[in-house]
Ligand binder design. Structure first.
Ligand SMILES: [Zn+2]
Length: 141
């Protein structure tokens, strides 16, 4: 896939062929729900359990499914490749830009429904587990 920097705005993206052909987000999410839990999901779930925080996983909120829900707080665990982390993938393809836009619109959708959202990235969870766990605790209390 050719690298290109995305210079248009979201309206251009929506009009583009890519968005129509696009990444099958609903199919992808459905696939995600069926796959075995990733190592980051297991790790974060273990942290919450160890701290006695009750949570639910793969919860449906309207048209979205969220990874972890604690009360009205959503914790999204983003794999760097799948969600196009800014640090790991600073130079994004157009398709990757569209994935980011789709994530942002999900967060806005959840925010409008009164949910608070914390996004934890795979690279942070793995490289700075202590700091990430502190961030998680501060968010859920
Ligand atoms: Zn990353």
């Amino acid at each position: 896939m050719a690298e290109c920097s995305f210079s248009g705005d979201i309206r251009d993206a929506k009009d583009s062929k890519l968005m129509r052909k696009g990444i099958p987000s609903s199919a992808a999410r459905k696939h995600n729900r069926k796959r075995p839990k990733s190592s980051i999901e297991k790790l974060v779930a273990a942290w919450l359990e160890a701290d006695g925080i009750s949570f639910r996983t793969e919860v449906r909120i309207g048209k979205c499914h969220v990874d972890i829900l604690v009360g009205k707080k959503v914790i999204e665990l983003n794999g760097c490749y799948w969600h196009c982390c800014h640090r790991c993938y600073p130079k994004k393809t157009r398709a990757q830009q569209l994935k980011r836009f789709r994530d942002i619109s999900r967060y806005q959708y959840l925010g409008r429904r009164g949910y608070k959202i914390l996004v934890l990235w795979e690279c942070d969870i793995l490289s700075q587990p202590d700091q990430t766990r502190k961030q998680l605790n501060a968010f859920v209390v």
